[in-house]
Design a protein around this ligand. Structure first.
Ligand code: HEM
Length: 444
């Protein structure tokens, strides 16, 4: 019986690898050892091997060229393969759950809300305002920067979506939304008391609140100049989403930029603490921008475009911390990949973590060296998967970078800071400071 998985998945043509225990496969080793499990299996079987993790037979691809192929060929049957539990909580219209022309439509609608032209004309001004407010009154305090970046990464997009209602319902909304987020990252056991069950409760309450706001807005004669306003008006737009699609779109925007933006911001603060030369150069970039302006002037698109070193710091932070380990796909039919036969319905974990530490791409890969990104071609090279690739390339890339840049702008020009105590940071399965990252902040 213990060999059941090996026997069940012993088809000819499959990549090498082991399938572990019945039911659990190699999940325990994967969770416990994380990146070391991947490296150990790669040493034995090469960069393309099979395993059984998180309830599914899975191919792990650590090969840069193959990873690129998988990301660029959704049309050949390599569609997103996120766990059903995650899709259930994020909603059936969420972007990762839809494919083909529906995906194109939902993605187009999202881009019309968050792509660079919108950021330039509308969002940047609001982000600036929200960031100033968020960073006010930190002087003389010891704060947990993890908590602060987490609040910032939800509150600011929330305000971009629902400006008028943001003050009154945000606190309750965040509580429910955090439950939803936790549910998407938990084991799919839907009985009272589990995180998964809480996740569904969170979704139910989030939907109830959003529907309430939509109803009130429809009953009012006022028009609102925020994302929800655009989604509800529809007229003149190429995209006419149903209420269910609007709800899932709002949840997706908040969900996708939440942990990614908050973790990258926190880790940037940490790396800058440890690298005074980078901190100084970054501060000079931002002080130069401030000097051109009055204190109350917001940063504008040209200021943002001039933040070359800031962008480099963000990319280097994302690389070194590996905020995203990889992305999941699944096969919609049996197919040949890299000379092997992959059965229908198998997961493919496009595992990009180790590419971030490839010494040929990034000399001295474990050193924080933002200067390497000043050569712009690095950001667009074929194996830079920080923001994914192909038809699923992150649509929020620029919005995320704008938020983090604005955060760094006000943080660096307003404050200096030092770490309090020694704060542990874990990098797998997600990047976090389990007990917070505490810093003492004083006026710059
Ligand atoms: C530093 C910040 C961010 C990082 C590192 C990041 C990373 C990624 C990655 C790696 C993917 C590819 C997923 C896949 O192929 O399955 C992705 C997709 C996506 N991201 Fe981001 N992201 C960031 C910020 C944001 C923000 C602010 C938003 C806000 C809307 C966002 C929205 C999305 C969406 C909707 C998708 C799915 C696209 C699709 O399926 O077509 N992201 N992101």
């Amino acid at each position: 019986l213990l060999k059941w998985n090996e026997i069940r998945y012993s088809r000819r043509g499959l990549p090498p690898g082991t399938m572990g225990w019945p039911l659990f496969g190699e999940t325990t080793d994967f969770i416990k050892q994380g990146p070391d499990f991947m490296k150990k299996q790669r040493a034995r079987y090469g960069s393309f091997f099979k395993t059984h993790i998180l309830g599914c037979p899975t191919i792990i691809s650590m090969d840069p060229e193959l990873n690129r192929y998988v990301l660029l060929n959704e049309g050949k049957g390599l569609v997103p393969g996120y766990p059903q539990s995650m899709l259930d909580i994020l909603g059936e219209h969420n972007i990762a759950a839809v494919q083909g022309s529906t995906h194109k439509y939902i993605r187009g609608s999202m881009l019309s809300l968050i792509a660079p032209p919108m950021i330039k004309d509308q969002l940047l001004r609001k982000i600036d305002q929200g960031m100033r407010f968020h960073l006010s009154n930190w002087d003389g305090r010891t704060i947990d920067i993890q908590e602060k970046t987490n609040e910032m990464a939800l509150f600011i997009p929330f305000k971009l979506i629902m400006e008028t209602e943001s003050a009154s319902i945000y606190e309750t909304f965040k509580r429910e939304f955090d439950k939803l987020v936790e549910g998407t990252l938990s084991l799919p056991i839907n009985i009272p008391g589990t995180s998964y069950h809480h996740g569904f409760q969170g979704r139910k309450n989030v939907i109830r609140m959003l529907k309430g706001v939509m109803e009130k807005r429809r009953a009012s004669s006022m028009t609102q100049d925020d994302m929800l306003g655009y989604l509800l008006r529809n007229e003149g737009s190429k995209y006419n989403l149903s209420d269910e699609e609007i709800l899932d779109q709002v949840i997706t925007i908040l969900y996708s930029g939440y942990e990614t933006v908050s973790t990258t911001s926190m880790m940037a603060v940490k790396y800058l603490l440890d690298n005074p030369r980078a901190l100084q150069q970054l501060r000079e970039e931002h002080l130069a921008i401030r000097q051109r302006k009055n204190p109350e002037d917001p940063i504008d698109w040209n200021d943002y475009k001039s933040m070359n070193f800031t962008r480099a710091v963000i990319f280097e932070t994302s690389r070194l911390a590996t905020v995203v380990n990889g992305v999941l796909r699944k096969t919609t039919k049996e197919m040949e990949l890299n000379g092997f036969v992959i059965p229908r319905g198998w997961r493919i974990y496009v595992y990009t973590r180790e590419i971030n530490y490839d010494p040929f791409l990034y000399p001295e890969p474990y050193t924080f060296n933002p200067w390497r990104w000043l050569d712009n071609s690095l950001e667009s090279h074929n194996y830079c998967f920080t923001f994914g690739g192909g038809t699923r390339l992150c649509p929020g890339k620029e919005l995320g970078i704008v938020q983090i840049s604005t955060f760094l702008h006000y943080f660096l020009t307003s404050y200096r800071w030092e770490e309090v105590g020694s704060n542990k940071i874990v990098k797998f399965p997600r990047v976090e400071a389990p007990n917070g990252l505490h810093i003492r902040v004083s006026k710059y």
